[in-house]
Design a protein around this ligand. Structure first.
Ligand SMILES: [Zn+2]
Length: 136
């Protein structure tokens, strides 16, 4: 894969690990840190430029940084998020970020381009020293 985009951002959200026997079972919040790594075999146009000069728009990758009222995950109560359900471990959130980010990137591609060569790796820090990685 000759190209790799890498971007990082944070979002602040509250959650509860339902049924957890300990402090994670009480309502609390995190500043989640996200790193996205997207590799591609070729360059493409984007929604904002028609020449083949991009892997993807960074703006498309950073959707989750937006406020929950604008479709992101910032200042959300994650357990009430319709796409997450009640289990909001770092593992479940990382898998959701992977699925939804790839869906948005593929949706932004030109008609007929399925983006089959795109590979995404998500790293999600729940605390500064604890991280979950998800990729396929
Ligand atoms: Zn937590």
């Amino acid at each position: 894969m000759p190209w790799k985009l890498q971007t990082e951002f944070t979002f602040d959200s509250a959650h509860i690990i339902t049924g957890y026997d300990g402090p994670c079972g009480r309502l609390h919040g995190h500043t989640y840190r996200v790193r996205l790594e997207l590799t591609s075999e070729r360059l493409r146009p984007s929604a904002h430029v028609q020449r083949d000069i991009m892997v993807a728009d960074f703006k498309t990758l950073k959707w989750a940084k937006k406020d929950v009222a604008q479709g992101g995950l910032d200042h959300a109560y994650l357990n009430e998020h319709p796409d997450l359900g009640d289990d909001t471990t770092a593992e479940v959130i990382a898998a959701y970020l992977h699925r939804e980010t790839l869906r948005r990137v593929r949706e932004s591609l030109s008609p007929g381009d399925g983006g089959e060569d795109l590979r995404l790796k998500v790293s999600l820090w729940e605390t500064p020293d604890s991280c979950c990685e998800y990729w396929e």
